[in-house]
Structure formats: structure tokens, C-alpha cells
Write a protein that binds this ligand. Structure first.
Ligand code: DON
Length: 566
């Protein structure tokens, strides 16, 4: 989850504020170490179930599926049945796979559906309520990944989520807070109010998801058909009719996940394997790594002004490309190989000036054609040497806020990830145009970046994070923290992050990421800080293979995230 706290202080005060260390955050510097197998996810109960599935002989795909299903119960702001996601898999034999189960625009959607007759954006319609939902892909994706690569029976993987939904589980302080914040939104956007969620929540209260438990039983007994057909599908369509949404039975029945080639590249002697379009994540990550590869950032230091300047300049160029060239590859020809080539990214960095910032208005997308704030991530390494990175989302917290009556799960608000009007920023401030316009059955562009690294042909690291457009820069910084600054996995996850993205032309540091002096140095180079700071960019959940073969978890202390292993 992207926790963005806006502080409306004047600029100087903001610079002073970002210099203060966050007092409550004293996370451990070394993460959980396990001999054989590990799961790191956004909730301790989900990580424990994943590790138990591995102990029972399941593989990384089995554990990833069981963990995702438990997250749909115990972490409902992002874990989901009503959203979509991506899985990147590296099998023990070195083969690479990625599964796209991103949501799709309903058949009845159209390019200008969020504009009024004068062409003005109708604010909010793509962000909350029934019209903001794409056709969910999560259940189809989990079912397909298990059918192709799982060991254990499907039923064994779904049962822990059924049990937790029906027996209930205690809410954490963070969850109590987030559910309390949700009360008015729930009342506003639901046609049939989910009464069981409406109350003042306290730490330790038990939350029982009766309808969701029965939906999970149907999924357990009937597989993907338990979601895309029968009662669950009827409930989704009835919900859409009541709330003027667009998803039909035909949309649900037609939904198919797609196996796609992961994008791969190198950073020094590491191989980087990540998600390709319709995510921008993998391409942008490879572009960022190539853009900074030749510079001595180890010598400059972590979050030092020179390092931050270089990364910000690389990010400016890469996010300008993202806005122009990235979209669903089934609808738009994305120039993948050109965008991730070393020579292209070197040429993009030719205008880099080590002394001053390049104004974003003079940066446009490169000629890539010519030469040729809710989500959750989990990382798994199993005892057989398989590795899985999954990022899955409802988009922002609790998605559309619509709970499907009778079936008990939240629907996504992923339609906001389309470019609803050329140049119009979405909720993460990213823009787009032709490549990412709304078209029926098209997948909206994502920033999700589930990623796996190899070194010398061996598994090295598994990672990813939520955070909207900050996902890419959080994954980028975590990789650089381990490779360049030789941090432990947990330290690399804990380290303060800094985000920027071409437009808006602003650098967003986490509280405590920059000293006063370093902030002023960056301002003197032409960088701008907004009169707000971000308290908690991303929630990176990662695993690193140590030189002796053991595993170190990095569970993000910004959330309730936890590592479990044995
Ligand atoms: O796919 C995407 O890029 C966004 N829907 C992800 C949203 C997200 O990470 C929100 N989490 N804080």
C-alpha cells in the first residue's frame, strides 16, 4: 500500500521535515534466515500458510497460490479475488516463465468513458465505484499457474483461506486503522452496504468473512469456474447492474490469463528477469539499471546527492518513455527490445549533466521505434530451487470499495491505470496516450515489477513491491542497495527511499531519506521538492540467496509484512 501523507508545509519546512529521522521505525538490520525455503508477504498469517505448504512438499507456485488466497482474506485492502496480478517464475532448471493475469477493460468500455460531453474528465469515476472495475484476473491466474506448475492438489491450496475466512482472524493495529478510515467510503459506494465491516475496529477484533468463505469453497470445489461462472459470476453481474457498472457474464467467461515471455537484461554480472507488458515495470527497471550502470554510485554513496541526482535524471527519461511507448502488447506494438537495449539507454543519458537537473519539459520520450496508492507483493523460494515473484492488486486501497454482495470480496478500480485522456495524470500522477487508451478487452498498463535476479546462472534474489508508479523506483533502489551498497536483504528493504518520475517534476523523499544539507545541494542543482513528504514508499518483500545457499528474507517494516521459512 502506498501510504502518502500530505503535509502542507512550505518548501523549506518540508526540507527540514524530510531530514528528521522517523522515531518509531527501528527495524532489524538482518532478516529471517532459513536453510531451505521461505515466503515473504504482506501478512504473517499468509507467510506462515505459504511456508507450511512448502513443508508439506508443495513447490513455490503452490505456496504462492496459497499465500495469495490467504491474503485475499487477511489483507483485504490489497490481497484479492476481485483484482489481477503478475507472476514471474524461475524454475530450478533455469527456465523462465511469466503469467499475466491483469484485469481487462469490459467489452462495453470505450475510450472516452470517463469524459463529459466537453471532453473534461469526470473526476473519481475511474477511481471508485462500479464503473472503475476491470474484469478480474486473479482467480484465473492462480488456477492456471497451479494447473501448469503446481505439485499439491488445488483443494489443499484453497482450504487454508477458507478456514481463515470462516473462523476469523485478529486484525492488526494498522488494519484496524485502515478499516476505520474506510467506513464512509463503504457507505458511499455500495448498493448493498457490507454491514459486517461497518463498526469501529480495534486491534485484536476478529473479522469473519462469511460470504467470502463460501466463495472460496466454490473456488476450491469448482476451480476457476467457481468464480467466473455460477453464483459468484451471478453476484458480480447483479452488483454491476445495481451500480451501473459494465462487467457482464460474457466478460467473465471470456477472461483468460496469458503466459508471456519475461523481459530479461543484465546489470553488471547479474541477470535481471522481470514482467514485460502490459506491465511497464520490467522494461522501466531494466532501463533504469542500464542508465546508471556506468557511474560509480558505490563510491558516491547511498542517497548521496550525486547518486540521487543521477537516479532522478534516469527516472525522468524512463518515465517519459513509459508515458509514450507502454501499453497492452495485444493492442499496441511496444518496442521492447529497443527500449531495453544498452545502447538506447546510453543514448538517452547522453544529455545527463552531472551538475544540474534537466527540466522535465525538455525531456520527451526517446525515439524507441526508430532503430528497430493498493497492491501487494510476495516472494517465494522453495526447497527445490524454484523461485516465484507475484505482485497482485486491486489498485488503490480496497479497490473500487465495492464489495460484491452475496460473494463478499472487493472489486478492483484498475480502470484508472488506463490513460483516460491523453496527458491526464492518473491517481499516481503518471500520464499516457495512444498506447494506453481504453479499448474493450484491453489490459490497462501497470507498474508492477515482480523480479528475480540471477548471478552466474544461479538464483540470487526475488523481490517486488506495491506503490503504484513508485514500484519501479523502489525495486530499482533495493537492487542497487544490495549490489552496490552491499546491504543485507533486510537492510536494503529498510533503507529510506526516494522517488521521482518525470512528471510531476518533483523529487519525493521518504521522511529521513535526505539530510538538510543534501536536500539543499539537490535544490541548488535544480531539483524540486514538493510541499509534502511521503511517509512510507512501497512495501518491498524480498528474499536473497546467501553465498552459503541459505535464504535471507527482507520483509518491509513499513507494513505488517513478515518472512516465514525453515
Ligand atoms: O498496476 C499498477 O501499477 C497499479 N494498479 C498498482 C497500484 C499500487 O501499487 C497501489 N499500492 N500502493
Amino acid at each position: 500500500m502506498l501510504i502518502m501523507i500530505k503535509r502542507l508545509f512550505p518548501l523549506l519546512l518540508a526540507i527540514v521535515t524530510v531530514a528528521c529521522k522517523s522515531p518509531q521505525l527501528r527495524p532489524p538490520a538482518i532478516g529471517l534466515i532459513a536453510d531451505s525455503a521461505m515466503v515473504v508477504s504482506a501478512h504473517p498469517l499468509a507467510s506462515e500458510v505459504g511456508a507450511r505448504i512448502l513443508k508439506q512438499g508443495g513447490n513455490a507456485v503452490d505456496a504462492a497460490v496459497a499465500t495469495q488466497l490467504v491474503l485475499a482474506v487477511v489483507y483485504p485492502s490489497a490481497g484479492n479475488l476481485g483484482g489481477g496480478g503478475f507472476m514471474v517464475l524461475r524454475k530450478h532448471d533455469g527456465t523462465l516463465h511469466s503469467l499475466d493475469y491483469r484485469e481487462k477493460a469490459p467489452e462495453l468500455s470505450y475510450t472516452d468513458m470517463y469524459l463529459d460531453e466537453t471532453g473534461k474528465v469526470k473526476r473519481g469515476l475511474s477511481e471508485k465505484g462500479h464503473l472503475s472495475s476491470g474484469v478480474p484476473g486473479s482467480v484465473a491466474g492462480m488456477f492456471e499457474s497451479h494447473a501448469r506448475h503446481g505439485f499439491l492438489s488445488w483443494k489443499e491450496l484453497v482450504q487454508p483461506a477458507v478456514d481463515l475466512a470462516l473462523a476469523g482472524f485478529p486484525v492488526t493495529p494498522r488494519q484496524a486503522h485502515s478499516l476505520n478510515d474506510l467506513q464512509d467510503t463503504l457507505r458511499r459506494y455500495n448498493t448493498i452496504t457490507p454491514e459486517f465491516l461497518l463498526k469501529e475496529w480495534h486491534e485484536g477484533d476478529t473479522i469473519v468473512w462469511e460470504d467470502l468463505g463460501h466463495t472460496l469453497e466454490r473456488i476450491r470445489d469448482e476451480g476457476a469456474a467457481g468464480f467466473y461462472r455460477g453464483k459468484t459470476a451471478d453476484d458480480i453481474v447483479a452488483e454491476m447492474r445495481r451500480g451501473n457498472g459494465l462487467i457482464t457474464h460474457a466478460d467473465l467467461q471470456a477472461y483468460q490469463p496469458v503466459w508471456r515471455s519475461p523481459v530479461t537484461g543484465t546489470y553488471k554480472d547479474f541477470k535481471v528477469i522481470s514482467m514485460g507488458p502490459p506491465s511497464s515495470g520490467g522494461i522501466a527497471l531494466l532501463q533504469l539499471l542500464s542508465s546508471v550502470e556506468k557511474y560509480p554510485i558505490q563510491e558516491w554513496g547511498h542517497n548521496a546527492p550525486k547518486t540521487v541526482h543521477l537516479m532522478t535524471e534516469a527516472q525522468r527519461r524512463v518515465y517519459a518513455d513509459r508515458a509514450a511507448w507502454l501499453g497492452d502488447p495485444d493492442f499496441f506494438k511496444v518496442p521492447v527490445s529497443q527500449m531495453i537495449s544498452k545502447s538506447y539507454n546510453e543514448s538517452r543519458m547522453r544529455s545527463f549533466d552531472p551538475r544540474k537537473a534537466t527540466p522535465s519539459k525538455v525531456i520527451r520520450e526517446g525515439d524507441a521505434l526508430k532503430e528497430s496508492h493498493e497492491t501487494t507483493h510476495l516472494s517465494v523460494v522453495d526447497q527445490y530451487g524454484n523461485a516465484v515473484a507475484v505482485t497482485t492488486t486491486l489498485n488503490d486501497s480496497y479497490g473500487s470499495a465495492v464489495v460484491v454482495a452475496g460473494s463478499g470480496f472487493f472489486l478492483n478500480d484498475e480502470m484508472d491505470d488506463f490513460s483516460i485522456k491523453p496527458g491526464e495524470p492518473n491517481m499516481y500522477g503518471v500520464t499516457g496516450g495512444e498506447a494506453n487508451k481504453i479499448e474493450p478487452n484491453k489490459r490497462m498498463l501497470s507498474s508492477m515489477t515482480p523480479t528475480i535476479l540471477e548471478r552466474n546462472g544461479k538464483l540470487f534474489m526475488v523481490l517486488g513491491t506495491p506503490g503504484g508508479s513508485t514500484i519501479i523506483t523502489s525495486v530499482f533502489q533495493t537492487i542497487v542497495n544490495v549490489i552496490e551498497f552491499e546491504m543485507h536483504m533486510q537492510q536494503a528493504v529498510n533503507a529510506k527511499r526516494i522517488h521521482s518520475q518525470w512528471l510531476p517534476e518533483v523529487v519525493f523523499p521518504e521522511s529521513g531519506a535526505l539530510s538538510n544539507q543534501d536536500s539543499l545541494t539537490l535544490v541548488s542543482m535544480g531539483h524540486r521538492f514538493d510541499a509534502e513528504y511521503w511517509d512510507g514508499i512501497g512495501r518491498v518483500d524480498a528474499i536473497r540467496v546467501l553465498p552459503d545457499g541459505r535464504l535471507e528474507g527482507g520483509a518491509d517494516p513499513r507494513g505488517d509484512d513478515a518472512s516465514a521459512g525453515w
